[in-house]
Design a protein around this ligand. Structure first.
Ligand code: ADP
Length: 458
C-alpha cells in the first residue's frame, strides 16, 4: 500500500462511507451518518494539514513525525526533498568557497561582467592589477578602466583578441586583457601581468637592433674594400672569383642587417601606424617600373587597378609590403610565368593581391612563412639572395595598419598573397591613375627618404 498511497486513501474513504451507510441502515438516518463520517474524515485531514504546516514552519529539520496514511508519505517525501536540497546547498557552497580560494590564489585579475559590461564579481588580483574592488559591483567596467584602446575594444565587442594596456593601479605594469563569453551573455575578463615578458622582449629587440647597428659600419668598410678590389685591374686572376663571392656574401649580410633593422623599427614603433594619405595606385605603378628595371626578370607583369582610393597609413611601410610581395613573386616565378598585381575595394575595405604562376609553396609551409628566417627550400633560397625576413616585415607592417595577410598556393602552379586593409584605412580623396595594365607610369616617387629601396632580386 505504501507505494500506492492514493489507492490506500480511496480504499479508506470507501470503507468509511460503507461503514457509515451500514450504521445508517442499522440505526436509521444513513445520509446523516455518511455526512457525519465525511466531516470527521475531513477534520482528521485538516488536523494533519495543520501539523504539517507547523512542521514546515519550524524548518522541517527534525525527522518527520510518525503520521498515518498518505500523511506519512507526504512527510517522508518532503523530508527527503529537504535533505537533498540541503546537501546540494552544502556542496555548492563548498564549491564556491573552493573556487573563491583558488581565484584568490590566481595571479591573474578575473572580473565577471554582465551583458551590459557591469562588474558582477572580482578576485583579489583584480584589485592589485586593475584597482577594482568588491565595492565596484554594478559599475560599468569602462568607467573604472579608462584606457582608450580598452574602452574602444570593449564597446566594439573586439575584446576576444587580447589588448595590452598599462595597469591603472600600478605604474610600469603592463597587462594583457582578454574577454571570454560564458553562460547567458556573461563575460569573464582576464588580465594577465605581462611586464616580465615585455621587458625580456624589449631586451631581445634592443639586442638585435644594437647588434645589427654595430655590424653595419664594419661591414660597410669590408664591402668598400671588396668593391675596390673587384674594380682593381691588377687583381690576380685566381683571386677574382673568391673576391666576387665575398662581395656577394657581404651584400647578403648587408641586406639581412637592413631587414633586421627594419623589423626592429616596426616592432618598437607604436602599435598603430600613422594615417598619412598614401597613393597606392601610383605606388603600384612605381613598384612595377622598379621591378622591371632592377630585377631584369623577363616574366610578364600585370597591374589591375579596380579602386581609385588610396590608404591612410605609413607610406614607407606600405611600399615595403608591396615591394616585398612583388619581389618574392618575381624571384619564385620562371621567366615564362606571369606576376599580376591587383588593387580593389569592397564593403570590407581595400585589398591588394600579388598572384604568380611560380614554383608555389607546400601547404604545410604556408602557416610558417611569416616567421623570421623561415625558408621553404633553404639551399635554393639562400642562393637566390633572399634574407628570409621579407614576409616577417610584411606581417608586422600590415599589423600596424590593422590589416591581414592571406596566402594561397599550389605547389608547381603558383601563389597568391592578398593584403586585406580595414575600411577605416581607406583614403577616399586619394584618387589616382587608371593605370589599368598600361605603360609604366611616370607618377611621382614616394618620399625618397622614407621609402625602402626595392628589394634586390639578384
Ligand atoms: P626571402 O627573403 O627568403 O624570400 P621571405 O620572408 O620573403 O624571405 O619569404 C619566406 C619564404 O617564403 C621564401 O624563402 C620562400 O620559400 C617562400 N615564398 C615567399 N613568396 C613566395 C612566392 N611568391 N612563391 C614561392 N615561395 C615564396
Amino acid at each position: 500500500m505504501k507505494s500506492r498511497p492514493w489507492a490506500y486513501v480511496l480504499v479508506r474513504l470507501v470503507l468509511i462511507i460503507g461503514a457509515a451507510v451500514g450504521a445508517g441502515l442499522i440505526f436509521g438516518y444513513p445520509l446523516a451518518w455518511v455526512l457525519g463520517s465525511l466531516i470527521a474524515y475531513l477534520g482528521w485531514h485538516l488536523y494533519h494539514l495543520y501539523l504539517l504546516e507547523r512542521w514546515l514552519r519550524i524548518g522541517g529539520r527534525q525527522p518527520p513525525r510518525d503520521a498515518p496514511g498518505i500523511w506519512g508519505t507526504v512527510y517522508a517525501e518532503l523530508y527527503h526533498l529537504r535533505s537533498r536540497h540541503r546537501e546540494r546547498k552544502k556542496r555548492l557552497s563548498r564549491l564556491v568557497k573552493e573556487f573563491r580560494k583558488s581565484t584568490k590564489a590566481l595571479p591573474d585579475a578575473i572580473v565577471v561582467l554582465n551583458a551590459d559590461h557591469e562588474i558582477a564579481w572580482v578576485n583579489r588580483s583584480a584589485g592589485d592589477l586593475l584597482g577594482l574592488t568588491k565595492g565596484d559591483r554594478g559599475q560599468p567596467v569602462d568607467n573604472l578602466i579608462r584606457d582608450p584602446v580598452f574602452v574602444d575594444r570593449l564597446r566594439s565587442g573586439g575584446l576576444s583578441r587580447p589588448v595590452r594596456i598599462q595597469s591603472p593601479a600600478q605604474r610600469d605594469v603592463s597587462l594583457m586583457l582578454q574577454e571570454f563569453p560564458y553562460g547567458k551573455r556573461q563575460r569573464l575578463l582576464i588580465g594577465k601581468n605581462v611586464t616580465a615578458e615585455e621587458r625580456l622582449e624589449k631586451v631581445r629587440r634592443s639586442f638585435v637592433a644594437n647588434a645589427s647597428h654595430e655590424l653595419r659600419s664594419p661591414l660597410t668598410v669590408v664591402s668598400g674594400y671588396l668593391e675596390s678590389l673587384i674594380e682593381d685591374d691588377e687583381l690576380p686572376e685566381g683571386w677574382r672569383d673568391p673576391v666576387l663571392e665575398m662581395g656577394k656574401q657581404t651584400g647578403r649580410m648587408h641586406a639581412i642587417i637592413e631587414d633586421l633593422l627594419t623589423l626592429s623599427r616596426l616592432e618598437t614603433a607604436e602599435a598603430e601606424a600613422e594615417r598619412e594619405p598614401v597613393d597606392v595606385a601610383g605606388m603600384l605603378a612605381l613598384v612595377r617600373k622598379d621591378a622591371r628595371s632592377s630585377s631584369g626578370s623577363p616574366c610578364s607583369m600585370e597591374l589591375q587597378l579596380d579602386c581609385s582610393s588610396g590608404l591612410l597609413g605609413a607610406e614607407s611601410e606600405i611600399y615595403s609590403v608591396i615591394s616585398n610581395l612583388v619581389s618574392n613573386a618575381l624571384k619564385y616565378t620562371p621567366p615564362e610565368g606571369t606576376v599580376a598585381m591587383r588593387w580593389w575595394c569592397d564593403d570590407l575595405g581595400a585589398h591588394f593581391s600579388v598572384t604568380d604562376t611560380g614554383v608555389g609553396i607546400p601547404a604545410e609551409a604556408i602557416p610558417r612563412l611569416t616567421e623570421r628566417f623561415y625558408r621553404v627550400d633553404k639551399g635554393r633560397e639562400r642562393s637566390s639572395g633572399g634574407t628570409g625576413l621579407g614576409l616577417a616585415i610584411v606581417k608586422h607592417a600590415l599589423q600596424r595598419h590593422g590589416a591581414g595577410l592571406e596566402i594561397e598556393s599550389e605547389l608547381g602552379a603558383g601563389s597568391r598573397f592578398v593584403c586585406h586593409f580595414p575600411k577605416d584605412r581607406l583614403a577616399l580623396e586619394c584618387a589616382s591613375g587608371d593605370a589599368q595594365d598600361g605603360p609604366d607610369s611616370d607618377q611621382e616617387t614616394p618620399d625618397a627618404d622614407n621609402v625602402l629601396p626595392f628589394r634586390n632580386m639578384s
